[in-house]
Ligand binder design. Structure first.
Ligand code: COA
Length: 597
């Protein structure tokens, strides 16, 4: 079928829907719902058999939904309506939640139901649930709905609140008054629930030292305590720990309210260093935290207590598992340096295999664009950051005492999608989406990708992947050799598989010869072209990007980064997504009846 995806942004769910539908052989084009006319243009030019809206905040024009099969993927159980579905589900402590595929209708979320699925809730941020449980259920329901359209015989279910399985209700937009933390009464569990329900957007509005901030990234603390609820009692790696009536809670990120947005072209003229985007809490608070004590943590933390930790390590049956769960998968200079230190310590442990586990939502998304944007000199900070991440990747590439594995549960993009390739083996959860390209950020890229990527997929595919900034799913990734194994989409099953496979590798009777073979290949490759030469050539081009000049693209890095960090909506859907814009409109109108547009 010809399927048009209409989405508010090309977010993770839209990318996954795109990849899954294309894998099934459907012809897909995408239009962002920037204006009603953009939507109409997409429909008129592409003439879809079916429209699917994976993530839509805007209303679809009536002349579109009334003339086409148009599905809305709604992040709620049957009968749920409104713009804060997941927020309410978390806030109300729902044990089970779901996704419904609805026919678009005049009144939002009231159309006939084409498919639905449910999932068990877990304690995590709204974005975390969206990326894991909700995305999995949404894709399953969407594919079922598509099949039902193809069958031509399915009768969708009208929304009927008298049915016992229609348990949802219409709920309004959740307001800050409903999210507000009452530090003198709320227990740790409530504070975490409130922050989770608003994370990653809009955040919970709170006051610190007479200034309003949005709070993000809540983590329970099991040792530290303070006497005055709400008081900041410690800081660690950019996060702050605040006392509660029954313990303490870490908050990793803040965004200041009421900041004046400085346009891109004026940013060098402004001396106002109050940033209107999310940053590590300690960085935002600055001098307010001068007196707050640091709470150190072991670089190879192996404890079981609850606390704020970005890097931790586990070990079992000759296998080490290094976790690095950086917020949004973004890795700043100091995070990369800490990760390198932990990696080296993990190498010193008596194990045969080291598995790089990444984080729960992302393995890595490369250099930290928010921290760079907030730096005094973004070009210099970009340089430090890319070198720090390269040092980490270099350490993996040159590890000759163990076999290494990248176990990819969360997605990865740009530098992160290249860094996974430094390990000897790459295993990924079935639903992972990879974005192995830098072009949209106006960068040539480093992380030794010019060595690792062609080595795995060959030079032609490497060019294809980096030149067309499209996501790839695991089936294609495995078929072209980008990854080695596809693992389960169920977290518990996935973990079991990682453990079993890693232990089997560690205890392989051929282990020593596998290690020997790896050393030989590295030495041979080094003789042909040293790793330093790859890095130097990549960084030379990155230097050009950082200087604000273009290298092999039309995107200015500083402007692209500004737009990304400030969430500036694009003016139009990118041509590589909007296939319909590339079609010859004249030819198309010869072939098909023109629509009223
Ligand atoms: N630096 C800082 N923040 C980053 C980031 C980075 N490198 N990559 C992602 N993020 C943040 C996003 O701003 C967003 O923040 P929010 O949820 O708090 O608002 C969050 O991570 C999720 O990103 P999003 O774009 O919504 O996720 P996605 O699954 O839809 O898309 C990517 C994933 C990787 C395609 C996309 O995030 C991306 O293009 N990131 C930039 C990658 C990059 O260019 N890195 C630098 C070059 S090495």
């Amino acid at each position: 079928m010809r399927i048009l995806l209409i989405s508010s942004s090309y977010n993770g769910l839209c990318q996954r829907a795109h990849v899954e539908l294309e894998t099934l052989g459907h012809d897909i084009s995408i239009t962002l719902a920037l204006t009603p006319d953009d939507v109409r243009k997409g429909v008129t030019f592409f003439q879809p058999d079916l429209i699917i809206c994976p993530f839509l905040k805007e209303k679809i024009p009536e002349d579109v939904w009334s003339k086409h099969h148009c599905f809305i993927i709604h992040p709620g159980i049957k009968g749920d309506r409104g713009p804060s579905s997941l927020d309410w589900a978390i806030m109300n402590g729902e044990q089970e939640w779901g996704v419904t595929v609805l026919q678009a209708a005049e009144e939002m979320d009231t159309g006939d139901i084409w498919a639905a699925d449910t999932f068990k809730m877990r304690q995590a941020s709204k974005a975390g649930i969206y990326r894991r449980e909700l995305t999995k259920a949404a894709i399953k329901a969407m594919l079922q709905a598509v099949k039902r359209v193809e069958s031509n015989s399915f009768q969708p279910e009208p929304l009927d609140y008298s049915k016992p399985d229609v348990r949802g209700v219409l709920r309004p937009l959740m307001k800050q008054t409903e999210r507000k933390i009452d530090w003198t009464n709320d227990r740790v569990a409530t504070i975490i629930k409130k922050i989770n329900a608003a994370d990653s957007a809009p955040g919970v509005l709170d006051v610190i030292e007479n200034q309003e901030y949005y709070l993000y990234g809540a983590h329970e603390e099991s040792l530290l305590q303070g006497w005055q609820p709400g008081a900041i009692i410690a800081q660690r790696h950019g996060a702050i720990c605040r006392a509660a009536i029954d313990g303490a809670v870490w908050i990793s990120h803040l965004k200041r309210k009421n900041c004046v947005k400085i346009p891109f072209y004026k940013r060098f003229l402004s001396h106002d260093k109050q940033f209107d985007f999310k940053l590590p809490a300690a960085k935002v608070l600055g001098s307010v935290l001068n007196e707050t004590s640091h709470a150190p943590i072991d670089p190879l933390f192996m404890g079981k207590e609850h606390t704020f930790k970005e890097i931790w390590y586990e070990e079992k049956n000759q296998v080490g598992y290094l976790h690095f769960d950086f917020h949004n998968g973004a890795m700043c200079t100091t995070q990369c340096r800490r990760l390198l230190e932990s990696y080296r310590l993990a190498l010193g442990r008596p194990t045969n295999v080291l598995v790089l586990m990444g984080g729960s939502d992302f393995w890595s998304n490369g250099i930290h664009l928010n921290i760079i944007e907030a730096a005094e000199n973004p070009a210099n900070e970009s340089w430090r950051n890319i070198n720090a991440i390269d040092d980490f990747v270099h350490a993996i590439l040159t590890t000759d005492t163990k076999l290494t594995v990248s176990a990819v549960w969360g997605g990865c993009g740009a530098g992160g999608a290249m860094a996974i390739l430094a390990a000897d083996k790459v295993w990924a959860r079935e639903g992972v989406i990879f974005n192995p390209h830098y072009k949209t950020m106006g960068l040539y890229g480093s992380e030794y990708w010019t060595y690792s990527l062609p080595k795995r997929v060959g030079p032609v595919k490497a060019l294809e992947l980096t030149e067309t900034p499209l996501p790839i799913g695991t089936k294609k990734a495995k078929a072209i050799g980008y990854i080695d194994e596809i693992l389960s989409d169920d977290y518990e099953e996935y973990l079991q598989q990682v453990w079993q496979k890693a232990e089997a590798l560690a205890m392989d009777p051929q282990y020593e010869s596998l290690l020997e073979e790896k050393r030989n290949i590295r030495q041979k490759d080094q003789r042909i072209k040293p790793l330093a030469a790859y890095r130097a050539a990549e960084l030379q081009k990155m230097k050009i990007n950082f200087s604000g000049k273009f290298y092999g693209g039309e995107v200015n890095y500083h402007e692209a980064r500004y737009n990304f960090v400030h969430k500036v909506r694009p003016k139009e859907t990118a041509a590589y997504l909007a296939k319909h814009m590339r079609l010859d409109a004249a030819k198309l109108s010869e072939l098909r009846q023109p629509l009223a547009y």
